[in-house]
Design a protein around this ligand. Structure first.
Ligand SMILES: Nc1ncnc2c1ncn2[C@@H]1O[C@H](COP(=O)(O)OP(=O)(O)OP(=O)(O)O)[C@@H](O)[C@H]1O
Ligand SMILES: [Mg+2]
Length: 264
């Protein structure tokens, strides 16, 4: 059976003048509905490039991305992205940042009051309803990421694409937000593809970890199953043998590729 999301023999090269850089070579990956998949690999190997291809923000050089058997090659509300750097519109309130996306996706299908309720519901989901009238400059980095997440979730995407969503946050805020994402995933059953540099984050959140080789011409080196029961609690996992084995395997993979790894 074809997976829900399929990255099918994707190659990606960038051209500048006569110079060609081959970034991705023959990347194939299937993601099942409701699955949480992380992509890990060294800086510059092509993770964001891959995510942007799935988002429809970059064209493939060869191959295709299929979502529910339909080829996707442009951005759409069925694939919502949360980037590392808060991409909220600074002149709009927290509420309006989410409402804008809700109106864009649901204006023909839901009434004004339904859209209002739905906006508030998603802000509540990320515990940000209390700050709905603030502007992005008035809230912290972690809060901005929560709002970005609310905006993405409010679009009811088929796939949630996260590009190092916690990368710019301090460790405590990061842990809180990871817990929120796990709780939301548990509750809504979203299909998630997340890029991270952080081995512990990958093991804690994922059903599978996709490990990419170093570029140029990066490809998938190994895919690791994380057979840990959910819900997962970070404190209990630190002595869990499955957790430790998965963590070890990812570290080995990254170090075998002879480069540094953040937060190892
Ligand atoms: N628009 C572009 N034009 C030319 N080269 C690009 C472009 N975007 C990315 N690249 C190159 O593609 C390679 C992969 O970049 P990408 O941003 O996908 O890496 P990454 O794995 O996300 O890195 P990081 O972990 O640092 O975010 C890099 O060598 C980068 O210089
Ligand atoms: Mg990147």
């Amino acid at each position: 059976m074809t997976p829900y999301l399929k990255i099918d023999h994707v190659d990606k090269s960038f051209h500048r003048g006569s110079r060609e850089t081959e970034v991705l070579k023959d990347v194939t990956l299937g993601v099942e509905r409701g699955e949480f998949v992380s992509i890990i690999g060294h800086s510059g190997c092509g993770k964001s490039t891959l995510l942007n291809i799935v988002a429809g923000l970059l064209p493939v050089t060869k191959g295709a991305v299929l979502l529910e058997n339909q080829e996707v090659n442009e951005p759409g509300p069925d694939r919502a992205v949360v980037f590392q750097n808060h991409s909220l519109l600074p002149w709009l309130t927290v509420y309006d940042n989410v409402r804008l996306a809700v109106d864009k996706v649901f204006s023909g299908r839901r009434s004004r009051s339904e859209r209002h309720e739905w906006t508030l519901h998603n802000l509540e989901l990320v515990q940000m309803a209390h700050a709905k009238d603030k502007r992005p400059s008035e809230i912290s980095g972690g809060m901005k990421q929560r709002v970005g997440l609310a905006r993405a979730l409010a679009m009811e995407p088929k796939v949630l694409l996260l590009d190092e969503p916690f990368g710019a946050l301090d460790a405590l805020t990061r842990a809180h937000l990871q817990d929120s994402v796990m709780a939301i995933h548990q509750k809504l059953g979203n299909t998630v593809m997340m890029i991270t540099h952080d081995v512990d984050e990958a093991v804690l959140l994922s059903d599978r970890i996709v490990m990419m080789t170093n570029g140029p011409a990066a490809h998938i080196g190994e895919v690791l199953d994380v057979p840990l029961a959910r819900p997962r609690r970070r404190l209990e996992l630190s002595s869990n043998s499955i957790y430790l084995r998965c963590r070890q395997r990812v570290l080995e993979f990254l170090y075998e590729r002879h480069s540094f790894v953040e937060a190892a």
